[in-house]
Design a protein. Structure first.
Lengths: 436, 227
């Protein structure tokens, strides 16, 4: 039982009633012709999920272990000891970050949720440290979640470093470490389905990322995992229209237009490239890309974003044939060596790295330029383009990193992305001239 | 159309027959990506006694010929028991996603119709396991396929899940099946077709066949979803 402490799990009804020390509620609730799963919130028609033994089950969240209508969801909640922390963090917050950080703590005191809309590379993580500390002082439990596992993996060591006296755990679908009770939990949003009113503060990093964006099941899990008197912090560089609509009036929106180093965002250059989709077929069609690459690799290492894995592989081959001396590789979601490759890309091993959407966010490279091949492709939404552009000039000294969008048809997404970056830069300028 | 495994919607063209007879369009079907994960066994080139893919004679079959010389199952299976099939069985049987019974319903109906038989007999579960899983994985598929089956066997001994034991342990296991007493007289002279989900060592099906053999059926053959 102890290993399951603070986590929601499923048991058959007779067992749940027998143990009085735990809270329990029915796993599924009937609603007319539908039956609603209390873990993921999905309603199914009764007839489609009826088992021959006469009870219902939920196929939607079955990969977290099947729950049936003859059982209960139980959780053993515990009171946490309050703990006063000194945040251990080598850096200093800029006065702008300080301002946001203080606002977040104030909102949290009033139990008001907030959205931090801050540009890529502005040090979002550091700005939530104060709030985490505040919640821990009050004896609350904290969860920091993200839809993307890469983001979680990057967050975990930073949280551990900042709160060394606190027990924290990184939890995801295939995590090597089994669940144990910790005061700070770093997890993928999916894992929140295993909790019920457990956290006084939940921070959702990259809230606009797939698969959380628009997934009702994950949203249900998030609100279920939040304690009754708890509050949320959403972090995003590119909140979608839909998200802004959803939180209007409920959340405080805090904008942060300045990067940590206070240099403006790099504005993407849209360049017309009529044959980008077939560029690997002919030398002549490949030339525009090659010329830009040759120029860019002199100063930086280059990330090339492709809309599909297939095109990525073709392009990798074509460029390698032309420039045999360059160290080129590619990484995609289907790549088994994904983690190793990203790791070596960080240490500047490659000259050119071809990739798909997976490196769109959450990763930081130094000295990098970015090329988007086929920015008009539908996978590159406005948010994706803003995120991709945000990979450049995040860290270290300025190295004249560039962002190039190759397109053969101008799209609204490209226009909006460039417009949003310009607007944020403008706001940043006014902040810098006016001070805090 | 909704995929019967991954539940993702995919476009598919309607055939002329379906256009003329729209009630024959199935509700769900495997999408091309999911279909790729399964390997259909060609019954021309498989092992004639156990149905293993691309085999002529295997050591398994020699073993069974020695241990049970009276029984000639001439087993046939629909798919090879490979990565894709293992993943499907895992989700359907072990995780208990009852809706997946529809995945191969049409294909299984077609294959079963190729057999000459009087009675279909699914391999039963123990009462405890049935309660735990909520369904019998074999009868569920047969029901979805719309073929009639007779539950003439009982599993009287609750054995540990097959997958948790070694090959040797499985082969040494005692007879867990018993024929239901009231149907004993009906078996005589019938052509029986035994159905299981997976054929691995053959132990389960040979046990079932042995239990039925005492009541002198005309023949016993067997079919499984995977081999």
């Amino acid at each position: 039982m102890n290993r399951q402490k603070g986590k929601q799990y499923f048991v058959l009804a007779e067992i749940a009633v027998a143990d009085k020390s735990i809270d329990s509620r029915p796993a599924m609730v009937e609603h007319g012709k539908k039956i609603i799963c209390q873990r993921c919130g999905r309603a199914h028609s009764k007839q489609s999920v009826l088992l021959p033994i006469g009870c219902y089950y939920c196929p939607t969240c079955i990969r977290y272990g099947r729950i049936t209508s003859d059982g209960q969801l139980v959780i053993q909640q515990t009171d946490l000891p309050a703990f006063d922390h000194k945040i251990v963090w080598p850096g200093v917050l800029t006065s702008f970050q300080q301002k946001i950080s203080q606002q977040l703590v104030a909102n949290c005191r009033q139990k008001k949720s907030s959205l931090v809309w801050s540009v890529t590379g502005s040090g979002k993580t550091e700005m939530i440290f104060e709030t985490i500390r505040h919640v821990r002082q009050e004896g609350g439990r904290v969860a920091i979640v993200s839809p993307r596992i890469d983001v979680c993996r990057e967050l975990f060591p930073r949280i551990q470093q900042a709160f060394p006296q606190e027990e924290s755990l990184l939890l995801y679908g295939k995590s090597e470490e089994p669940y144990r009770y910790t005061t700070i939990l770093i997890a993928t949003t999916h894992q929140l389905l295993h909790f019920y009113r457990s956290f006084q503060l939940i921070v959702v990093d990259e809230v606009d990322a797939f698969p959380y964006e628009g997934d009702a099941q994950l949203r249900y899990g998030l609100y279920n995992a939040l304690a009754e008197n708890g509050c949320l912090i959403y972090l995003s560089a590119t909140p979608s229209e839909r998200l802004l609509q959803e939180i209007r009036g409920k959340f405080a929106v805090l904008k942060m237009p300045l990067r940590f180093h206070q240099r403006p965002l790099i504005v993407p250059k849209p360049i017309h490239y009529s044959r980008w989709a077939q560029a690997y077929r002919k030398k002549r069609w490949l030339r525009p890309l090659l010329q830009h690459l040759q120029r860019l690799v002199k100063k930086n290492f280059v990330l090339v974003f492709c809309p599909s894995i297939q095109l990525m592989k073709e392009m990798e081959g074509a460029v390698r044939r032309q420039e045999a001396s360059w160290l080129i590789t590619s990484v995609s979601s289907q790549d088994e060596k994904r983690r190793e490759k990203v790791q070596s890309a960080r240490s500047q091993v490659y000259k050119v790295l071809f990739t798909t959407m997976i490196l769109e966010r959450g990763v930081t490279f130094e000295n990098v330029s970015v090329v988007v091949l086929g920015a008009n492709h539908p996978v590159f939404t406005k948010s994706a383009l803003v995120q991709i552009a945000g990979r450049v000039d995040r860290k270290g000294a300025f190295t004249e990193g560039e962002v190039i969008f190759f397109y053969d048809q101008m799209t609204e997404a490209i226009r909006q992305a460039i417009k949003e970056i310009n607007e944020m830069n403008q706001l940043a300028r006014s902040w810098l001239t006016d001070g805090v | 159309m909704e995929c019967s495994w991954c539940q993702i919607f995919f476009p598919r063209e309607v055939t002329i027959i379906e256009l003329l007879a729209p009630w024959r369009i199935p509700e769900k079907e495997l999408c091309p990506q999911c279909a790729q994960r399964f390997t259909v066994i060609d019954w021309q080139s498989c092992c004639p006694t156990c149905g293993k893919k691309d085999t002529i004679s295997c050591s398994d079959c020699l073993f069974w010929a020695k241990t049970c010389p009276m029984i000639h199952l001439q087993h046939r299976a629909l798919f090879a028991y490979d990565q894709g099939m293992k993943a499907w069985i895992h989700e359907y049987k072990l995780m208990g996603n009852y809706q997946l019974r529809e995945t191969f319903a049409a294909a299984i109906r077609q294959k079963i119709n190729n057999f000459e038989y009087d009675c279909l007999i699914p391999i039963p579960l123990s009462a405890e396991r049935y309660q735990q899983r909520g369904f019998n994985q074999v009868t569920a598929v047969l029901d979805a396929a719309g073929v009639k089956s007779q539950e003439w066997l009982d599993k009287v001994v609750d054995t540990a899940p097959q997958a948790q034991r070694s090959r040797k342990q499985r082969l040494e296991e005692a007879q867990p099946f018993a024929v239901k007493p009231d149907v004993a007289c009906e078996i005589k002279g019938k052509k029986l077709l035994l159905i299981d989900d997976v054929y691995t060592t053959g132990r389960t099906l040979y046990h079932a066949a042995e239990a039925l053999q005492t009541f002198a059926p005309q023949s016993i053959r067997s079919f499984s979803f995977a081999r």
